[in-house]
Design a protein around this ligand. Sequence first.
Ligand code: PMP
Length: 461
Amino acid sequence: MKTRDPAALTGATEADAWRTRDLAVVWHPCTQMKEHPDTMPLVPIRRGRGAWLEGVDGTRYLDAVSSWWTNLFGHAEPRIAEAIGAQARELEHVIYAGFSHEPGLLLAEALVAKAPPGLTRVFYGDNGSAAVEIALKMSFHSHANHGDARRTRFIALGNGYHGETLGALSMGDIPLYRRIYAPLLLEPLFAPSPDAYEAEPGESPEACALRRADQLEALFAANEGQVCALIVEPLVQCAGGMRMYHPAYLRRAREICDAHGAHLIADEIAVGFGRTGTLFACEQAGISPDFLCLSKGLTGGFLPLSAVLTTAAVYDAFLDDSRERAFLHSHSYTGNPLGCAAALASLAIFDSDDVLARNRGRAARMAALAAPLASHPNVAQVRQTGMVLAFELTADGVGRTPYPSADRRGLRAYRHALSRGVLLRPLGDVLYWMPPYCVGEDELGHLADVTATAIEEATRP
Ligand code: PMP
């Protein structure tokens, strides 16, 4: 149809024509659409290569946020693209109830082999929020199958985020996303975040984590026998502003859950697959959760897929002659073979390219490049866990007085960086780097330069 060809629209550049047509029919995620086209430019992208995105008008953008934390090894990574193509020519999809396929089997085996010990079962979903829903339902249902129907509550952490579907959103504590839907949501018990930024003056991150763990324990004690599970984002609360905490919290949380007969759900949807320096963040605490939720980087950033790993104890609670005791949760695209093939190719790259070891060098370089910015008068903190590095901007720097949110300092940084060819997408007033692992020395240098000027721009009176 002729009107589908952007070039057929006269009087505007191709990019402008694209924007106009897009904004006429598409409703974009996480966006106040009224801000298009003026406050927020819409950026039509034609292709991606390595750490770069290329716009329809030829402008290149360094993807410093790995496209919502999904991309691991660069855009259009040839080995993953090839694996998807080969799989698509064999079997694109098949119902996963009663049927099986090679990539689903091989991926489950590979995930079980790489995950913390004791996680021996894999249930697939098709996005991160679905993985969280699955873990919540499985936890509740396994307690119920054990005859423990009083366990109907969950404990979640202050400042946490677990997705946008109603169950996952319920577990989140970010008012911007949660407040309006509150009447529809489950009501978890919220334990205070172990976030080290919130430490008392002179308190170490570890002491802060342990103090918060004591409060967690008190919450369990006050609700004895009612809690199904504690859900956490291990080490980094990403959507909550890349707030980071000491692994001691996870060790204590594991002990507390055990002592109170509750499950521990580790939502590693954002931090899994090497972001924190280890393949899974839980490894840094030496713990195994009862549920490990994975998505985003699972497919290297190519396709929507998620996986929930759990234990034999949870699995066994569902084995029975009754169908009602089975876990009947299902999504049409469960275990999609293309997603599984992408995930297998992505896991193979971790081994063939010695990714985690190389990332240690990259993370050290990121730290060195960020260090000079720590003394900026409006930078309260530069923090880092592995390949995640964040700059907290405040009105008075280390005084930690937040800017009024109406100032939208982060938006200024976003727009400035975009004009300099870098995709930084701040979380409020927190600028962060979470680049694809293929990011090179020069690209990191460019990122640091643009971040420095973006901070200037954002903190200008
Ligand atoms: N959990 C965490 C920790 C996340 O960061 C996200 C997404 N940002 C989700 C869950 C939800 O994943 P999805 O967007 O794929 O539903």
